[in-house]
Design a binder for this molecule. Structure first.
Ligand code: GLA
Length: 421
């Protein structure tokens, strides 16, 4: 824009409005942005799918909408997380020297770097979306294999962000029950995976979810999730993963990431786990709180959550924020997030937009109150149409990338805080 030409701003605005109306761009140049409104407080990021970073249409999203999604991601956010493409199942589907598929992950990282966005890696060690070969070996499995806690759960299908065949469903990514690797074999595979993936993006990916969802739901006595990582390696699989990631990139911020931390029982488990890791001098630098919450989540709940998490003395990253607006959505925040996608079919509550806006206002008020420790807030998806909880319309933009009242509410909270500074 030529600053000495008084009409240049007008013409730029007009052009932006025309492009906006025609759907070529999703966001007018002068409109408020999340990254702008919160620039003094924390980074605001978004999980992106493969279509967004490659500009490729998919069977459920035509090219014009994908172009809008991409524009919105660039306009509104200054950090990105990969919705699927860095998960083990996608980046490392096969054993052996040719076992890695780096293409989509490279595209994701390059998209972030070329748009000057902070790039987060998600996720290195998880019980879900990990191929069976990782756990396979020659040791007979135990005679009785416990059923997984969530059987019919849904999560993102590979390469999409639609609920897929399930964390434990068909497709080879469920709970493997054949002959198992030894502890040494599994640790060697973990080390190779972490060293290769973190090493490849060293200096580019600044922050990693090293271990995802290692905590169990349910009673306080049941601390760690019964995963194959735990059963084969033992509880130190968590410390080992952080150690390997730190070796691969000593400058990276390493996160432990989990859901349901708004639940006091789960939160206490998290605090116990992290304190133990800290006592063992495990290189862990941030807590990732997924925050897949529902419209009933209040300022008080989030304030209490952040107050207690802050006692660990680590940065807090809100890693997968969405607020389910549907009846039958996450009723209690103890529920496994995997079961939420399956339960959002009950229809929207009345005045859903208003309720969602109120919930988001309270949640962001709490983030702002804790802005000394909250360093990053990442939304799990750019808009309702591409959300894994699409039925719950949980995000700030609708399926055609128009801002909802919740967007205005989130911007308004930042302005109120800025005015009070
Ligand atoms: C968890 C994972 C995410 C995503 C969501 C649901 O929160 O961390 O990667 O799979 O489940 O899709």
């Amino acid at each position: 824009m030529n600053l000495s030409d008084p009409f240049s701003r007008f013409r730029t605005g007009l052009l932006a409005a025309l492009l906006f109306a025609s759907g070529v761009i999703a966001w007018a140049a002068d409109a408020p942005t999340l990254k702008g409104a919160y620039r003094e407080d924390f980074q605001v990021g978004v999980a992106v799918n493969r279509s967004i970073v490659t500009g490729t249409p998919s069977p459920r999203r035509v090219a014009a909408l994908v172009a809008q999604d991409t524009e919105l991601a660039k306009a509104q956010f200054n950090q990105i997380s990969p919705e699927n493409d860095l998960k083990w199942q996608l980046i490392h589907p096969r054993e052996g020297p040719d076992g890695y598929d780096f293409g989509p992950a490279d595209a994701f990282v390059n998209f972030g770097l070329s748009n000057r966005m902070e790039v987060v890696g998600h996720t290195l060690v998880w019980h879900s979306q990990t191929p069976n070969w990782v756990f396979a070996g020659t040791n007979p499995p135990p005679a009785v294999i416990d059923a997984p806690a969530v059987v019919a759960a849904s999560t993102n299908a590979p390469g999409t962000n639609r609920p897929g065949p399930g964390r434990f469903g068909p497709g080879g990514f469920g709970r493997y029950d054949g002959p198992r690797a030894s502890r040494e074999e599994l640790l060697a595979r973990m080390r190779d995976h972490i060293h290769t993936v973190v090493g490849r993006y060293r200096g580019k990916v600044k922050c990693w979810d090293v271990v995802n969802e290692a905590l169990a739901d349910g009673p306080a006595t049941n601390v760690l999730r019964k995963s194959l990582w735990l059963e084969i390696v033992g509880p130190d699989f968590i410390a080992k993963a952080f150690q390997y990631a730190h070796e691969a990139d000593p400058d990276a911020i390493l996160r432990y990431n989990d859901y349901g931390l708004e639940n006091p029982v789960k939160r206490r488990k998290l605090i116990t786990l992290i304190k133990t890791l800290q006592e063992q001098k495990v290189p862990i630098h941030a807590i990732g709180s997924q925050a897949h919450v529902n419209v009933g989540t209040t300022f008080e709940t989030m304030d209490q959550t952040l107050t207690e998490l802050a006692t660990l003395g680590l940065a807090i990253h809100i890693t997968e924020l969405d607020v389910n607006g549907a009846q039958g959505g996450q009723q209690g925040f103890g529920a496994d997030t995997a079961s939420n996608a399956a339960t959002t079919g009950g229809g929207l509550v009345s005045d859903a937009d208003r309720k969602l806006a109120d919930a988001y206002a309270g949640i962001f008020r709490a983030f702002l109150k804790h802005r000394d420790t909250v360093k990053l807030v990442t939304f799990w998806g750019v808009n309702d149409a591409v959300s894994w909880r699409a039925n719950g319309k949980p995000l700030l933009f609708n399926g055609t990338n128009q801002p909802k009242p919740a967007f205005d509410a989130v911007i308004a909270e930042a302005k109120k805080t800025a005015a009070g500074k």
